[in-house]
Design a protein around this ligand. Structure first.
Ligand SMILES: [Fe+2]
Length: 193
C-alpha cells in the first residue's frame, strides 16, 4: 500500500502528516503538481521481465501516459535480488546513484509494476516521502528537488517515461537531506506495522 509521510525539511523527527489513503495521497501530491495514479497490477510478469514484456503487460495504460504527456522514450527495468556479493555491490551502487538530492530538466515519471521504492520530494520547505508500491504511478515535475531510495535490498520493476532520448540525467544539489530522513527500509517497516 502506498504511504505518504510529510516532514518540515528542518525537522526530520516530527511527522506532520502520514497517510496510506491513496485518494488523500493523490490530493496532497496534486497540490505539488505531481500526478499520482493507481493502475491494476498484472500479476503474471516473469521474475526478471524484459522491458518489452512489462510494456506489453501495461498497454494501454502506458500508451495513454505517452500520448497525454508527449513522451518519446519509454522503457522498463527490474532490480531482482540475488544472493551474491556481485549483486549486493550492484544494488548498493544503484541505490547510491539516486540517494542524493537532485533535479532533472525532464519530468521523472515512474510506474511500479512490482516491489517498492520511495520518492522524496523537497518542496515548499517540506519533505514529502511517497512510498510507491506495485500499481503506483508517480510523476516528479521537471526541476523539482527530490531523491529516491530503493532500499538496501532493491526489488522492483518500474516503467520509465522520458521526453528526450538522453534518458536519466541528474543535476545534484549537494544537499545531504537523505541522510536525515527515514529511509526506505524504515518506511517499509512503518508500512508493514
Ligand atoms: Fe530523479
Amino acid at each position: 500500500m502506498t504511504l505518504l509521510t510529510v516532514w518540515a525539511d528542518d525537522d526530520p523527527d516530527t511527522v506532520l502528516k502520514r497517510t496510506d489513503d491513496a485518494e488523500v495521497v493523490a490530493d496532497e501530491l496534486k497540490q505539488l503538481g505531481v500526478r499520482f495514479e493507481r493502475w491494476p497490477v498484472v500479476e503474471d510478469l516473469p521474475e526478471k521481465p524484459t522491458s518489452d514484456e512489462v510494456l506489453a503487460a501495461y498497454e494501454p495504460y502506458v500508451s495513454r501516459v505517452v500520448e497525454n504527456e508527449g513522451y518519446v522514450l519509454v522503457d522498463a527495468l527490474h532490480m531482482t535480488p540475488e544472493d551474491t556479493d556481485e549483486w549486493r555491490a550492484k544494488a548498493a551502487e544503484a541505490r547510491q546513484r539516486f540517494l542524493s538530492e537532485h533535479t532533472h530538466d525532464d519530468d521523472e515519471d515512474r510506474f511500479f509494476a512490482r516491489g517498492a521504492g520511495v520518492f522524496y520530494l523537497h518542496v515548499h520547505g517540506k519533505v514529502y516521502a511517497v512510498l510507491c508500491e506495485a500499481g503506483d504511478l508517480l510523476s516528479v515535475p521537471a526541476n523539482t528537488t527530490h531523491w529516491f531510495d530503493m532500499g538496501t535490498r532493491p526489488d522492483y520493476v518500474s516503467v520509465r517515461f522520458f521526453h528526450d532520448e538522453d534518458g536519466w540525467v541528474g543535476n545534484f544539489t549537494g544537499a545531504r537531506l537523505a541522510e536525515q530522513f527515514a529511509d526506505f527500509d524504515t518506511l517499509m517497516a512503518v508500512r508493514r506495522g
